[in-house]
Design a protein around this ligand. Structure first.
Ligand code: PHE
Length: 348
């Protein structure tokens, strides 16, 4: 005799197997699972109903209800498998993902990350070149004595060369250094000869500004003291420096240059990288930029530094760091460098 509960079990199994097979997605399947197999689920309650069955039918009922439960579990498992595969295939087929997006955009954060100033970048590169050649990197004051900035460098008060560098004077014989050469004699007193050092920093000149002149700009001084130095060694060091920093072959020219603290003195000019030598506002139409005044240290300066010129010699250069940055990044106007303008800075 077919028992009534057998029909009920068949009906429940058929319904949940069909429902599971049609689950639209994993979340839907999960609630179907709870409704059928959860603590109060329909199938669970059916299994528990064994207690209410007539004792002679209990064994048969228990086995049939367990089979229904196993069936429904299988159906749910099969559907879960299918849905997960479909999900992975949809992900693989989706080509709207742009793997070239920067990480910040993927995270949706678009954080504004800072970076070092182009002057700082180039200064670090120059420092790396010179430290690899055994140079110290020194930091000297921007507020200087008249002595260190001028007198010690063979530029007494009456000397017309003072007019080469119009000066911001402060009280008490102090001034804003007009060049990093103000560190030369300090370095000679601070180190025992022989030594080699560079000192980068800001310098100040009281003058009208234009595309190639700023009242505040950056230089990098180099000073080498030894028993025998030569112009050849100086020039070779300058060539090493320029090819390392500009990362290309550059045309240079050497002219005699007058600075009271070197003898002989030179101007090392670099062909303007902005106009390729044709002439532009940055090079004042000349096609050349003064970049590296240099020379052999004057005996008077050695003496001011406590060194005997009969025993010691030296060479020095005053690299125009701001100009080097202009060459390197093709900056048409020196005034952009310290403008603080983020539209300009964010390009580097
Ligand atoms: N101090 C000089 C200037 O600012 C440059 C210079 C440095 C020249 C060292 C010769 C040697 O113009």
């Amino acid at each position: 005799m077919a028992v009534a509960w057998q029909d009920e079990l068949d009906a429940v199994r058929g319904r949940w197997v069909a429902t599971a097979a049609q689950a639209p997605d994993l979340a839907g399947l999960r609630s179907i699972e709870v409704e059928a197999l959860g603590k109060q689920g329909e199938v669970t309650l059916l299994v528990r109903k064994v207690a209410t069955i007539a004792p002679e039918d209990r064994r048969a009922y228990g086995a049939a209800a367990a089979a229904v439960k196993a069936h429904v579990e299988q159906a749910i498992e099969a559907r879960r498998h299918g849905l997960e595969r479909a999900e992975i295939e949809a992900e693989l087929a989706d080509d709207s993902f742009d793997e070239t997006l920067p990480a910040q955009s993927i995270l949706g954060r678009n954080s504004r990350q800072g970076h070092s100033h182009p002057l700082t970048q180039v200064q670090a590169e120059v420092e790396a070149v010179f430290t690899s050649m055994g140079f110290h990197v020194l930091d000297y004051p921007e507020v200087e004595s008249e002595f260190d900035n001028f007198e010690a460098l063979n530029i007494p008060g009456w000397h017309p060369a003072r007019e080469m560098q119009d000066t911001f004077w402060l009280q008490g014989g102090h001034l804003l250094r007009t060049h990093t050469s103000s560190g030369q004699v300090r370095a000679m007193h601070a180190f025992q000869a022989p030594f080699r050092a560079i000192f980068p920093g800001k310098v100040y000149r009281y003058e009208a500004t234009d595309a190639s002149h700023e009242h505040t700009f950056h230089q990098l001084e180099g000073l080498l003291i030894d028993r025998h130095v030569s112009v050849g060694h100086l020039l070779d060091s300058m060539r090493t420096l320029l090819s390392a920093i500009l990362k290309r072959d550059v045309e240079v020219r050497l002219r005699p240059g007058y600075f009271p603290f070197v003898e002989p003195g030179f101007e090392l000019d670099v062909q303007c990288q902005l106009c390729g030598g044709a002439g532009c506002s940055a090079c004042k139409q000349s096609g050349w930029l003064e970049l590296l005044p240099c020379g052999l240290v004057h005996p008077q300066v050695l003496r001011a530094g406590g060194l005997d010129p009969a025993e010691w010699q030296g060479w020095a250069f005053g690299l125009g760091l701001s100009r080097l940055v202009m060459m390197r990044f093709q900056v048409p106007d020196v005034r952009l460098l310290l403008s603080g303008d983020l539209r300009w800075l964010s390009q580097f």
